[in-house]
Design a protein around this ligand. Structure first.
Ligand code: NAD
Ligand code: UDP
Length: 321
């Protein structure tokens, strides 16, 4: 029998959140999308406006929220370095106070709660690939710290609410994810390279381009979220969810140039402070506990993402997104 759940998705008008709204509605649930539109846009969820199981609420989760729900996916937080560094104090507030508010809501409503944590909790890792039991190498006072430490503190809160108040928690450590509805000007490497290639602008590699990331396509990631949410109460995470195939930024740039047929040139700019040198998830736990692994190869995912940005640019995407 299908059970209709009331699902709260914070940050639901963002890149990942909007796809999650689609997925939960398709599964027959009610979705309350809460977003303050700091980096997300109404445009990402416009197509859901006429669905009577969907509700959009403008709200900043660093303020309390009183609603009745069965499950919470807590995604609210700017995710790209230029966005989360724009107002770093607010980034820590949304991560920490937002987590407290959502955990308080989960405690009152007895809702199961999911946290969108991040591979950034590992900082510039000295263990490679990163396993969940690695405690990380994070600068507490640098320009990335508002995000990294905010997310680390949110994890602490999730586990303390579980120990102290017996909440059902699910913590996913998300590695770099890409796909349609990324913000065209968010400065993340996949969206930046694609937009630069499509416009014929120089492709900006920071540093020598030998640093690595592992890129997961959005549909794979969300499949992992749902599997984690469906695990028995004893499975809390943190669980790495990401694609373990690792690329250098030079390899990524070359692939984007090839797939777009662009004549853009590669240029090198200074490497930002605290930029992690390498990142790749160990997904053994996700494989074992969720029966999950990514299916979409980078080439295929990039083709879909490029098609999305082609349409956006043809519509005249602006800096405001
Ligand atoms: P995004 O910026 O597109 O989405 C974040 C959403 O949160 C936006 O819609 C934004 O307006 C909203 N938001 C920000 N502050 C808020 C506040 N105070 N109150 C309510 N809403 C607020 O980013 P995304 O890539 O979709 O990331 C979603 C979540 O996943 C974030 O928590 C991020 O840290 C995490 N994550 C993403 C990635 C990735 O590669 N995409 C990697 C690791 C972790
Ligand atoms: N990067 C780059 N050119 C860009 C944007 C990013 O070379 O125009 C690099 C960045 O320095 C980092 C990697 O790409 O090493 C991934 O950056 P992103 O901001 O996407 O994510 P994060 O560093 O948070 O993993």
């Amino acid at each position: 029998m299908h059970l209709e759940k009331r699902i709260l998705i914070t940050g639901g008008a963002g890149f990942l959140g909007s796809h999650l709204c689609d997925m939960m509605l398709a599964a027959g649930h009610r979705v309350l999308c809460v977003d303050n539109f700091f980096t997300g846009t109404q445009r990402n969820v416009d197509h859901l406006r006429d669905n009577n199981r969907f509700e959009l609420m403008r709200h900043d989760v660093s303020f309390p929220l009183y609603v009745e729900v069965d499950e919470i996916y807590n995604l609210a937080c700017p995710a790209s370095p230029i966005h989360y560094q724009r107002d770093p104090v607010q980034t820590t507030k949304v991560s920490v106070i937002g987590a407290i508010n959502m955990l308080g809501l989960a405690k009152r409503t007895k809702a199961k709660i999911f946290q969108a944590s991040t591979s950034e909790v590992y900082g510039d890792p000295s263990i490679h690939p990163q396993t969940e039991d690695y405690w990380g190498n994070v600068n507490p006072i640098g320009i990335r710290s508002c995000y990294d430490e905010g997310k680390r503190c949110a994890e602490t809160l999730f586990f303390d609410y579980r120990r102290q108040h017996h909440l059902t928690i699910k913590v996913a450590r998300i590695f770099n994810t890409y796909g349609p509805r990324m913000h065209p000007n968010d400065g993340r490497v996949v969206s930046s390279f694609i937009v630069q290639a499509l416009r014929g602008d120089d492709i900006t590699i920071f540093g020598n381009g030998e640093q690595t990331r592992s890129f997961c396509y959005v549909s794979d990631l969300l499949d992992g979220f749902v599997r984690l949410m469906d695990t028995p109460e004893t499975v809390t995470g943190p669980i790495n969810i990401g694609n373990p195939v690792e690329f250098t930024m030079i390899e990524l740039a070359q692939l984007v140039i090839e797939l777009t047929g662009s004549r853009s040139k590669i240029v090198h700019l200074p490497l930002p402070a605290d930029d992690p040198r390498q990142r790749r998830p160990d997904i053994a736990i996700a494989r074992r506990e969720l029966g999950w692994e990514p299916r979409v190869q980078l080439r295929e995912g990039l083709e879909k993402t490029i098609a999305y940005f082609e349409t956006r640019l043809a519509e005249g995407a602006t800096a405001a997104g």
